[in-house]
Design a binder for this molecule. Structure first.
Ligand SMILES: [Zn+2]
Length: 373
């Protein structure tokens, strides 16, 4: 599951970076946070690849995409169900449940619910409407304008909480040690405890109202977090992160990278597009399952390229063309871009199922004339 997630963290300043999944993100334990290097609050966003493929004909428990940070999770079974065979949809925690059986493990309960509801919508629709429904669901994941809008709308309510969390952090780790050094712990223990609780309650209240605005449907998470913050005040240091974490999780990682990282997300965008274009081979042999997998990959590639085109910061052409030929290379991998000096026609050793492409004779001449001139 973690192999399918991308975490965006911004440290002080405006630079974003992509980070590998951090263990404490999925964990509401305040103690773990304290042990970890702490980014400023409210600067953590997580987005996930989908654990399944959906096509107008059915659902397959497999997504051929991979992220540069990791291969495919073993939990994807490749099981296929046609829409006519799906009688009932639901969730069980992070699991998507179809016909009463756990069908796929999702990144979290929110993703599972989203998938269950789109599958239910498509299933209930007329056969002729299904393709439109699935396509528009995919296109929505690549709507960068909607993602930016969600981000700026949330900024308003999260801003105050970010300050409150930062203040609380300084109070806990600088204020309290200094006060204790000056006046001794014995006299201060009760006033400090009251102060900590008051701050935590204040943050919890702000969190609760912002959460209701941003995630109206997730009332369970809202109440649980509220209780945790009051019972264990250090949890409230993470209030802003809890609000930003899933804010953009419904959007494709490439969109989140563009919205947050801007031009800095270029390499990520390139890898993302090339992976859709040249997916790694898979072991799913059932014909209908394989059809659904490649249908969704193609539909995602289309929506993805449309997004890149609209975004305009990177030219689609520059994403698709091979990088400049180095030295004696005769071929390259169209997926990872690594160049090779031996013959074309083989597979890339790093990308199973992706054949190497020869640099064309044409290009060779250009390169040669460039180097000699
Ligand atoms: Zn490769």
């Amino acid at each position: 599951m973690k192999k399918q997630s991308v975490v965006f963290v911004s440290f002080w300043g405006r630079r974003w970076r992509l980070a590998a999944p951090i263990s404490w993100l999925g964990n509401a334990n305040g103690a773990l946070l304290i042990l970890n290097p702490v980014p400023p609050p409210g600067r953590v966003f997580v987005t996930h690849l989908l654990p399944i493929s959906i096509s107008p004909s059915g659902v397959c428990a497999f997504n051929s995409q991979t992220l540069p940070s990791g291969g495919r999770p073993v939990s994807q079974t490749g099981e296929f169900l046609s829409f006519s065979a799906i009688k009932q949809t639901g969730t069980d925690g992070a699991f998507l449940v179809l016909n009463g059986q756990k069908f796929a493990k999702c990144a979290n309960a929110k993703q599972a619910k989203t998938l269950a509801s789109i599958i239910e919508n498509v299933r209930a629709a007329k056969v002729s409407k299904r393709e439109t429904l699935v396509r528009s669901w995919i296109v929505k994941q690549f709507d960068a304008r909607a993602a930016s809008r969600a981000l700026s709308e949330a900024e308003e309510s999260i801003g105050v909480i970010r300050w409150a969390c930062s203040f609380f952090f300084v109070f806990m780790f600088v204020g309290i040690p200094v006060l204790v050094m000056l006046y001794g712990l014995e006299q201060l223990i009760i006033p400090l405890a009251v102060g900590i609780l008051a701050l935590a309650v204040q943050i919890a209240i702000l969190f609760f109202s912002a959460h209701r605005k941003l995630y109206r449907a997730d009332s369970q998470e809202r109440f649980e977090s509220l209780v945790k913050m009051i019972v264990c005040p250090p949890v409230s240091l993470r209030a802003a992160d809890l609000l930003t974490r899933n804010l953009l999780s419904g959007y494709s990682p490439i969109v989140v990278a563009n919205v947050l990282a801007g031009a800095g997300g270029q390499q990520f965008a390139r890898d993302f597009v090339r992976d859709l274009q040249h997916p790694l081979k898979h072991e799913v042999t059932d014909e209908k399952a394989a059809e659904t997998i490649s249908w969704m990959t193609a539909a995602q590639l289309k929506a993805c390229l449309e997004h890149v085109e609209r975004d305009g910061r990177v030219k689609v052409k520059s994403l698709l063309q091979p990088s400049e030929r180095e030295g004696e290379s005769v071929s390259y991998c169209p997926r990872c871009g690594v160049q090779f000096v031996d013959g074309a026609g083989d597979e890339c050793p790093d990308c199973p199922g992706v054949g190497l492409v020869a640099f064309s004779e044409n290009e060779k001449e250009v390169t040669l004339s460039q180097t000699s001139g």
